[in-house]
Write a protein that binds this ligand. Structure first.
Ligand SMILES: Cc1cc2nc3c(=O)[nH]c(=O)nc-3n(C[C@H](O)[C@H](O)[C@H](O)COP(=O)(O)OP(=O)(O)OC[C@H]3O[C@@H](n4cnc5c(N)ncnc54)[C@H](O)[C@@H]3O)c2cc1C
Length: 108
């Protein structure tokens, strides 16, 4: 399928969207599947009361009551599942900040 850039989001970034009706089937002997960059919420998120946003990213604000706490007070999250595709250093930073958030939550 062909894609085109959609409307800018709140940060002014345009994301690719599928051009309707552009799908075509190409014969192939082998297909290599590449990893994507989209969050994929686990099936148990609903029963664990973990909220995600319109792009399936886990809601866990850095500057909430406890850093990177999700809508389930006992679960903290950071990295790509919260920010969307980003960098390793960002994921490490958020993991460390989430650990601080957990310590604050536990009061230790
Ligand atoms: C193709 C590609 C190239 C990239 N190149 C770069 C680069 O050059 N430099 C850079 O800085 N960043 C790069 N990135 C981005 C970087 O890889 C991510 O930002 C970073 O890995 C995010 O770390 P994370 O811990 O949030 O998530 P992840 O690294 O995705 O870690 C999540 C982990 O959770 C595991 N997991 C999932 N579900 C479960 C479960 N139910 N139970 C237990 N474990 C589970 C997964 O197996 C995975 O190991 C690249 C990403 C991609 C896809």
């Amino acid at each position: 399928m062909r894609t085109r850039l959609g409307e800018p989001d709140e940060n002014g970034r345009q994301r690719p969207e599928v051009v309707p009706g552009s799908e075509e089937i190409i014969a192939a002997d082998a297909v290599v599947i590449a990893f994507g960059f989209q969050a994929s919420p686990a099936p148990w998120f609903d029963s664990a009361n973990i909220q995600v946003d319109e792009r399936d990213r886990v809601t866990a604000p850095e500057h909430g009551q406890y850093a990177f706490q999700t809508s389930n007070e006992k679960i903290f999250a950071g990295g790509d599942m919260v920010r969307g595709s980003d960098l390793v250093v960002t994921a490490i930073y958020e993991g460390r900040q989430a650990a601080e958030g957990i310590l604050d939550y536990l009061g230790v």
